[in-house]
Design a protein. Sequence first.
Length: 410
Amino acid sequence: MSEKIKAPRGTFDALPGAQPARRRIEDTARAVLERAGYGRIETPAFEETELFTRGVGEATEVVQKQMFTFTDQGGRSLTLRPEGTASVCRAYIEHGMHKLPQPVKLWYTGPFFRHERPQAGRFRQFTQVGAEAIGSDSPLVDAELIVLAWELVSELGVEGVELRLGSLGSVEARAAYLEELRSYLHGHEQQLAKEVRERIELNPLRAFDSADEGTQAVMAGAPRLLDRLEGPDAENFAAVRALLDKAGVPYEVDPTMVRGLDYYARTVFELHCEGLGAQSQVGGGGRYDGLISQLGGPATPAAGWALGVERIALALGELAPGAAVSVFIVAAEDSREAALALAIELRRAGIAADLDLASRSAKGQMKQADRSGAERTVILGDGEAQLRDMRSGEQRTVPVETLAEELTAS
């Protein structure tokens, strides 16, 4: 016997039992976002590698360690998309969306890919739902996006969610702060983890994310960018906070928040769920005013976010046995063709109907009907039909010739 082939490490099969929760997340996202004027966009699962090296940032861990990159038959370097924002911005530029009324509001869902260490809630192929508003620098955009993310997890019923809010300031303000932070880190190099020391020049902000105890002790006394916000940056952050307060969305200001992608500036936020343990983050995002110009488009302000579908499903703890049917048809041996014909007729009429396809006994079919979650069961045989209510157990005889009509009418 040949050795069994398994899914690649870090990927998973979303089996039928997982689909109700995943479908509910997508349906809720569609409802929340489209009633706010966001239109759905779909982008390719792979892009030219340069899109991510330029957009996400060569100094990021995503680009340096986590991308799945390959050379195609034409010698082009392509990458399975590790995130959605760069792809949406590329589409915005490529299709001349700057000519549309601004901001252009878009949402998406689909698979993304990162070579991470697999663990609970973290996979190498994962699904996200995201939203982007491109073309306005108003704090109203930041606030609307954050409120929509909050409303999405609230409508889904995710419990124990905390919104953490921060600001990275403008690119110019952050540049001055980064020099101050680098100087501080160099002064404490011996206490820092090796990977933090190696990244002081490239990406010193990542030191705030380190799990190393020595590094954490150093960072407890590090200068905070949030304390150095001035002028328009401080006004912008205050405006976003005021709008969230007015919307009744609770949040905690996190002065140590950094995001793993280089394009963020000013507002950043994360949603965490206390029930998920170490992998508590279910999503996040922020403003990225410089990204589109980095990708060759006109200077265009923008903001957005992404939420992890698997993380949310894990937080919801939902697992259903499979697709529910309204009617299950049980048939005697000589009535199986009639059962299939009835099932087809009911399905064409918009009723979810199923039947036994494995030659089970009548007893086995009734067990299957019970497992299916059907509201009613039709028992065919001897020229008549019995209609059973699976909740009450009530059963009555129905003429075969009027069965489909009665089921579609009730």
